[in-house]
Ligand binder design. Sequence first.
Ligand code: SF4
Length: 317
Amino acid sequence: MSIKKVITVSPRGFCAGVARSVDVVKDCLEVFGAPIYVKHAIVHNKTVVSDLERLGAITVEDVADIPEDAIAVFSAHGSPPEHYEQARARNVRVIDATCPLVTKVHIEIVRYIKDGYKVIYIGHTGHVEGIGVLAEAQAIGEDVPLVDNIDDVSKIDYDPDEKIVILTQTTLSVDETQKIIGAILEKYPQAQQPAASDICYATTNRQGAIKALAKKVDVIFVVGSVTSSNSKRLVEVAQQEDVSAYLIDDVSEIRATSYESVQSVGISAGASAPEYRVQEIVKYFEDLGATSEMYDPIDENMHFIEPQELTRAKEDL
Ligand code: SF4
């Protein structure tokens, strides 16, 4: 192996929303005891999910799979309103770990519809975050079109003079989303976006950092699971900068491969990937004789407070 240098870029890995949701499950296990039911993978990372399951969390997909009177954490990606109603009907105590930045989009879509806007939502078909946001609109009688790619823009059939607003999933590619927004604005020049983009700070920062990293290395490994939208976007962003990039869950996926002509390796991690998986990879290359260094082209300092219902539960102890 010819690799001489390994560079870990920051920001990488856990964002504030993921850190909060993982802490919520751990705190619930401590406050209420196991088992704690988690509706949907708490975050889209198989290491994080299996680590929490070892501590006593049980991941389920449907509210119907949560026993009556149980404690349940709803995942960081947000949930449709009917899931809260189903939980209430089963007397399930819900601790909501939805990321506050996802909640913001839930609130926005309802507010814009009530203010008479037609909403266009840019997101990935079938992604659980978009399902939750669009369900908010359906709950008040509005079918909002989902735009997954530029071709979908031609399928939107709003009248040309409607009041229109564009909302987005939080974990999209910043550059790809701008292209889609450009196509929407060609069709509906009056369409507005909220003052701040819904693509979250963590997605934007990790994509900016990996772009800068791509200029310094021959190959990039992004730690993350295939179910993680933001991790997959990081790989794509790196590849668009003309560097080879691979999504891996852990170091075993590097060991299985040979990179004979590579001299420098970059490492990033999706917002749901744990840091210890990154450090295992760094150690792997160090053990092979590579030097390691850090590169932090973008500052990041964000923290979200815990859900109020968890604070109340702690106070009631
Ligand atoms: S990626 Fe962004 S929106 Fe998603 S959990 Fe993290 S901070 Fe929240």
